[in-house]
Design a protein around this ligand. Structure first.
Ligand code: G6P
Length: 743
């Protein structure tokens, strides 16, 4: 429509101009042709007169009734010569042809001939009137009136006019046609150019039919992108990170390319229940972080369909729109048999890689059969990525230790894809990693990534050293890149975070006092209880045992807390099929019982172990009700529980007790940092937290809240995507340089 308007806007003035031109040009043309023909007719008249002058002279000298008449009649046989009349010098008509108009006399003829446009209008048409002297050696002795037919001039003038109109119309049509074609081409080219620019294809497409223009277009495109990138980078750090900024970044920096997330754990699990299908959110830091990013980016999330009703809700392509009822992005579910899950997930990922990467003093177990399943499932997910990709260069966000082999598998099929792999757990030192029988395969698989992200610089350093130890790769420490088999991978730290709650969301929360009342009532706590909470998956890396020991020690050391200090541990069941987890969970149960036996009394139970999944609202209520949040991981990539606690405390009260072995300890320095292995130290920290004056709590909490609000999950994703954009730019420049060199 828009293009039609544009063309009309051009074409209407063009048509008007042409009509006006024709209107002016035609009479001018008429006049010109008439003038040319009048001159022509005069010459002819003179010729006729000269040709007849001898006959006229001899006839006047010896008059003969018929001779001159015969000569005149013969002369007017010429089709254009209409009539001839002979006048004496005193104006008498001496002789004339039969066609000579009877009403015309010599004086009248002379009068007509003297006019600039000598024409005599008769009934059948117009005549050109010419009066020419008939000369002899003695001078002029008579005058000849020559009347010539003008109709042929009119015919010619009409022909000329017709040709002129055809010419102007043809010219107009040609110009209009060229205009329409050029407008169409350039509009399409412009639109697709802009689209292409957003998609990274730039201005090449409009010139694709013109090979000579391609290098110029590419050059232009590259310059534009450079400018664009510079501009964005110069604006970058000022604005806060939020979904809009992330979306804008995707649109501009990455030109709206498709985003595909791959993780083992799915963000929404459909389960069968007595009341029908229910949707559950898993307890997973990974899901907590990636889900808001995915909602902002749309795209497709590929994950294992592990819920009992998962198959019932997907479409023919195993897709289901999520969040339920909002359908902001597509969840593509991958199926696996129990045996495959046992080998890939429970076996290699959670009995092998998980303890390998966490220094929690649990021995990794490596089985050949698990490794085979791990490889096969990685390939299945990689194939799904390729199948979901709409183009050859999607942005693939690979999550965690379940998919160490997938980056290289995707790279093999989609060499132009931008693969960002994020390792959500720690990376051990080379010696520890070296015990994995397939260490080289794992490293090779991971180096299929464009960018490899860890939470901390320390994990990056460990990874680079591990590669250095086990692979033949070129490492550029200055740029933090590893080049392996001609492909470079950027190894960078991106501290993960949470989505900071919106004002609308936090306004809807129950008040702190209400949360406290609810928790005290539900758990039957003393009204003046000092409440400490721990919220974790029931995992041996979380330091749950160590914190129970610290609580026990506190009650031992400071009996004044007995009856008042309460520790609430939420432990979401996880990986329960594994013996290591089951025995750990049983052990925690036993220690809890022991402490409660030792220090409990009627109306007071020091430890409340809630070994069940809690939904976000319940967790939030506990965070708002408590005085201390305890995070004592023995080793943790980041740990998001501490960040969620801080986000929940809009009253700026409450104390965070945080393990120095969690990645979060590097950012959240205002927490009480502890070594969870040191029971005494942790017990003292619990006391310090429980007695911290409100003013100090406020100071620490306000600062922590500022850190987490700014360093939110959109910043995490944004920084990775900015680096990916920069990386793509660098690759484009390199390709250009190579092309120029090749030329
Ligand atoms: C950690 C891992 C995640 C995992 C989560 C829950 O945070 O880094 O990849 O999803 O634990 O564990 P699960 O095995 O239940 O998915």
């Amino acid at each position: 429509m828009r293009i039609l308007n544009l063309q009309l806007r051009f074409l209407v003035p063009l048509v008007v101009t042409l009509v006006v031109a024709a209107y002016i040009a035609l009479p001018v043309m008429d006049r010109l042709t008439l003038r040319w023909f009048a001159r022509d007719l005069s010459s002819r008249g003179e010729l006729v007169t000269n040709a007849l002058s001898d006959s006229i002279a001899s006839d006047l000298a010896a008059p003969d009734d018929t001779r001159l008449q015969t000569v005149f009649d013969r002369a007017v046989k010429d089709e254009r010569l209409f009539a001839i009349g002979l006048c004496s010098l005193d104006g008498r008509l001496l002789e004339r042809t039969a066609s000579f108009p009877p009403a015309l006399d010599c004086a009248q003829a002379q009068g007509e001939a003297d006019r600039p446009d000598p024409r005599l209008k008769l009934v059948g048409g117009a005549l050109h009137v010419g009066v020419f002297p008939v000369n002899s050696d003695a001078g002029t002795f008579a005058k000849l009136v020559v009347l010539q037919d003008l109709s042929f001039i009119d015919r010619r003038s009409e022909d000329t006019r017709r040709y002129l109109i055809i010419l102007i119309a043809g010219l107009g049509l040609t110009i209009a046609l060229i205009t329409v074609i050029v407008a169409q081409l350039s509009w399409r080219g412009w639109v697709s150019g802009v689209r292409g620019l957003l998609r990274g294809e730039g201005l090449i497409r409009p010139f694709s039919g013109v090979p000579e223009m391609t290098p110029l277009a590419e050059e232009l495109m590259a310059r534009l992108r450079d400018l664009e990138d510079e501009h964005r980078r110069s604006l970058g750090p000022q604005a806060p990170w939020n979904p809009e900024r992330l979306r804008a970044l995707l649109r501009t920096q990455l030109r709206g390319d498709q985003v595909i997330v791959v993780s083992n754990r799915e963000p929404y699990i459909h389960e069968k229940s007595d009341t029908g299908v229910v949707v559950r959110r898993p307890a997973s830091g990974l899901v907590t972080a990636v889900e808001p990013v995915m909602r902002a980016c749309s795209g497709t999330w590929i994950a294992h369909g592990s819920g009992s009703a998962d198959r019932d809700v997907v479409d023919a392509n195993d897709h289901v729109g999520v969040p339920p009822g909002k359908d902001e992005y597509a969840l593509r579910r991958i199926w696996m048999t129990d045996e495959e899950e046992k080998g890939y997930y429970y076996g290699f990922a959670n009995e092998g890689m998980w303890p390998l990467c966490h220094v929690a003093h649990v021995r990794p177990v490596f089985r050949e059969s698990d490794w085979e399943q791990y490889r096969a499932i990685n390939q299945r997910f990689a194939d799904a990525v390729v199948a979901e990709a709409r183009g050859d260069d999607p942005i693939v966000l690979v999550q965690d230790y379940h998919f160490a082999l997938l980056p290289a598998m995707v790279r093999a099929k989609l060499p132009r894809a931008t693969i960002l792999t994020f390792w959500h757990i720690p990376w051990p030192n080379p010696e520890s990693f070296g015990i994995c029988p397939w260490r080289r395969e794992i490293l090779r698989g991971m180096l299929g990534s464009t960018i490899l992200g860890f939470h901390t610089q320390f994990h990056c350093k460990n990874f680079i050293e591990t590669v250095d130890r086990y692979l033949e790769a070129r490492i550029e420490h200055e740029h933090s890149t590893i080049s392996f088999k001609g492909e470079a991978t950027l190894v960078e730290s991106y501290p993960i975070s949470i989505e900071w709650p919106s004002e609308a969301a936090s306004d809807a929360w129950p008040s702190i006092a209400e949360c406290r009342r609810n928790v005290i009532a539900r758990l039957g706590l003393p009204a003046d209880a000092v409440i400490a909470v721990g919220i974790d998956r029931f995992d041996y890396t979380k330091g749950i045992l160590e914190r129970l020991h610290a609580v026990e020690r506190l009650l031992e050391k400071r009996p004044e807390w007995v009856g008042r200090f309460v520790f609430v541990q939420v432990a979401a069941p996880t990986r329960g099929l594994l013996e290591e987890y089951r025995s750990f969970q049983e052990r925690i149960g036993r220690v809890t019982e022991r402490i409660n036996d030792r220090f409990g009394r009627p109306g007071y139970q020091p430890v409340h172990l809630l070994a069940e999944h809690h939904e976000h609202d319940q967790v939030n209520e506990l965070f708002r009700a408590c005085d201390v949040c305890v995070v004592t991981s023995l080793h943790d990539g980041m740990n998001l529980v501490c960040k969620e606690f801080v986000a929940a405390r809009d009253d700026e009260q409450g104390v965070l007790l945080l393990s120095r072995f969690a990645g979060a300890a590097r950012e959240m320095t205002e927490a009480l940092i502890v070594n969870p292995y040191h029971v005494e130290e942790t017990a003292d920290a619990l006391h310090e937290a429980a007695t911290m004056p409100p003013a100090e709590q406020r100071e620490r909490m306000a600062s922590l809240r500022m850190t987490v609000r700014e360093n939110n999950v959109y910043r995490w994703a944004g920084h990775m995507l900015v680096d990916a954009g920069r990386w793509r730019l660098r690759e484009r420049i390199e390709a250009r340089v190579q092309r120029h060199r090749g030329e």
